[in-house]
Write a protein that binds this ligand. Structure first.
Ligand code: DC
Length: 231
């Protein structure tokens, strides 16, 4: 039997706080940080750049297979390149965000990107996503499903979109509607839906600070034998 991968799986919906937590945990344990959502976003940008509708088709599969997607897995400086160009900011734009759930529902796209995600994590990693504990690394020694109230998630995402906005107003409502739309699509797709692994530890970050969630995940990691890097 092969040893378990040196992997921490952090799944959950948008705005649950995964990125902040995953980066801090990776830093504390000296592991790579793999943002799997960024691979789906880069693939979606490749599809849009090819002028294709974001639905299942042989052309979409070809566009994603031939795209050169690379990630920096440094938790202090994560970045994404598509065909040699830095697209770290562009993949967070509204065009990609509107199309990413549709592209990530295509099974052949998922198969291609899961291969990439596994190779990025080969030396040990914290991976954040939707299907890490169920599909990408079902034998991960630490699995966390992070969630939060929809209203809290929307307020956090609105802050990400444009910091300094009035987080009680229309912006939050628009973000909440978009999150609800993506939650619905991501949870109802046939292939690898957003779903907690049966052996994942559930954490609700609604009333916890990021530091508190990080401390909980680091406790689980210590129990599983992960060592902290000296500060
Ligand atoms: O985490 P994010 O919002 O950047 O993810 C963008 C989209 O990618 C999200 O709507 C669903 C999809 N995704 C996925 O299907 N599987 C993953 N492991 C990560 C993200």
């Amino acid at each position: 039997m092969s040893p378990p991968p040196r992997v921490i799986a952090l799944d959950g919906p948008s705005g649950s706080g995964k990125s902040t937590v995953a980066r801090a945990v990776a830093r504390a344990l000296g592991l790579a940080y793999v943002d799997t959502g960024a691979t789906y976003r880069a693939a979606t940008l490749a599809v849009l750049r090819a002028g294709l509708p974001p639905t299942e088709s042989p052309a979409v599969t070809r566009a994603v297979r031939s795209a050169d997607i690379s990630l920096s897995v440094d938790p202090d400086a994560p970045s994404v390149r598509l065909d040699g160009r830095d697209v770290t900011a562009e993949i967070r734009g509204s065009e990609v965000t509107a199309a990413v759930s549709a592209v990530s529902a295509v099974p052949a796209v998922r198969a291609t990107l899961v291969d990439l995600q596994r190779s990025l994590a080969a030396g040990g990693a914290v991976l954040e996503g939707r299907d890490i504990g169920t599909v990408v690394f079902p034998d991960a020694p630490v699995k966390v499903f992070l969630d939060a109230d929809p209203a809290v998630r929307a307020a956090r995402r609105a802050g990400d979109v444009d910091s300094g906005v009035d987080t009680t107003g229309d912006v939050v409502e628009a973000v909440a509607a978009d999150l609800a739309r993506r939650d619905r699509l991501d949870s109802s797709r046939v292939t690898s839906p957003l779903q907690a692994a049966s052996d994942a530890v559930h954490l609700d970050s609604s009333a916890l600070s990021a530091a508190e969630v990080v401390a909980r995940v680091l406790d689980l990691a210590a129990d599983a034998g992960f060592a902290r890097v000296p500060a």
